[in-house]
Ligand binder design. Structure first.
Ligand code: SF4
Length: 381
């Protein structure tokens, strides 16, 4: 579902009275709902959320970690996911997977996304119809039985299910290398969705030459804009998707900080371009970025290339270090930023009143195949 369609589902008239309240009042009302519902309610806050939301979350983390923690919680009966749409889908699939439903005598735990327009531009770049078309086009020039489709967790449930149906797998930014190794042990080629940068950075580090990583443009007339020879010679076919937040960081930003602050360490997320990752001292997942800063001695100077809210929070939590943001421009995840206290309060009060809004529910068939791809990932050591 596109962000525009999602937006249309949101009754702005109902939200209007909440929008006129200030954050202190909204926070008080949210705390009151939390106190009344107790452990039945679980609020999940993604690392990239604004501070006001994080302050009210029961658990914070990255997308897959939050879904796993929610699935391990046996007391909660309602979940509000302060993240983006694909994250709420993953939580719904893990929390309401068949064995967990059986343990709860069939009782579903609804997963609410406080603002249905909180999508992910990267996930939207790999629509399932485009993916199906690419697969059949590829089948005309190579054996698709010899391709493992791999999708980053930052993708729609329909794409995860596609991977599940075709013997493929899901990866996160922390296990992408292990997942690619798993894939190459089974088949000779990988089709990597939807983030070309994570795919390229990971495969390049594993020794796959850039010349064997053509990019598949879903808008191109034929073969994703590639020649038959390039497709036949490929090891990793990269879907042409990217994160608009991490695409902002450029090599000249790295030069700028290195010139201004000699000895500064550059720490970036693998969703950044190959050029930026190649210049960095360290690159890794959100979890790795946090751990690197936590483990560094006082006085360490960092410039960090990831979402602004997380970098600002690290700055606040580590005043003993000097932390800069790797861009002269403000760049934050605009869709995640849509989850504000007005939306959170509105959705929680409706949840409590028994008139839930914005429930994200993945159908059974999609869940089944997505879980197949997710479970293969869990088996990768
Ligand atoms: S930071 Fe990028 S990948 Fe993450 S939710 Fe926002 S747009 Fe999507």
């Amino acid at each position: 579902m596109s962000v525009v369609e999602l937006e249309a589902k949101q009754p702005s008239s109902e939200l209007k009275p909440y929008r006129s309240l200030d954050n202190a009042v909204l926070a008080e009302r949210i705390r009151a709902v939390k106190a009344r519902l107790g452990k039945q309610l679980l609020i999940l806050g993604h690392h990239y959320q604004q501070d006001e939301v994080i302050a009210l979350a029961d658990l914070t983390g990255d997308s897959y970690q939050l879904s796993q923690m929610a699935a391990a919680n046996t007391e909660c009966r309602q979940i509000a996911f302060c993240g983006v749409h694909f994250m709420a889908e993953t939580a719904d699939m893990l929390v309401n997977r068949p064995e967990r439903l059986a343990e709860r005598n069939g009782l579903r735990v609804p997963v609410v996304l406080p603002d249905m327009a909180a999508g992910c531009s990267m996930a939207d770049m790999a629509g399932i119809e485009q993916v199906e078309n690419a697969w059949s086009e590829l089948g005309e020039v190579i054996d698709t039985g010899d391709i493992t489709p791999v999708t980053y967790i930052n993708s729609a449930a329909s794409l995860k299910a596609f991977c599940g149906r075709h013997g493929g797998i899901v990866c996160t930014s922390s296990n992408a290398a292990a997942v690619l190794k798993w894939a190459f042990a089974r088949r000779s080629r990988v089709l990597f969705f939807p983030d070309q940068h994570l795919g390229r950075n990971t495969a390049f580090q594993m020794g796959v030459p850039l010349t064997q990583m053509p990019v598949w443009n879903p808008h191109a007339e034929e073969l994703g804009g590639n020649t038959v020879e390039a497709i036949r010679d490929s090891k990793v076919l990269l879907w042409q998707g990217h994160c608009s937040v991490h695409a902002v960081f450029k090599p000249e930003h790295v030069d700028l900080f290195r010139n201004k602050y000699p000895g500064i360490k550059v720490l970036v997320h693998p969703e950044c371009s190959r050029e930026v990752v190649a210049m960095a001292d360290v690159f890794g997942s959100t979890g790795k970025i946090i751990r690197e800063v936590e483990a560094a001695p006082p006085g360490t100077k960092w410039v960090i290339g990831t979402e602004l809210h997380l970098v600002n929070r690290l700055k606040k939590e580590h005043p003993e270090q000097e932390i800069h943001f790797l861009s002269p421009f403000v760049c934050m995840c605009a869709t995640m930023y849509r989850i504000d206290l007005a939306h959170l309060c509105w959705s929680l009060e409706n949840l409590e009143a028994g008139t839930p809004v914005n429930i994200v529910r993945v159908d059974d068939e999609t869940t089944r195949w997505s879980l197949a791809a997710l479970e293969r990932m869990l088996d990768v050591k």
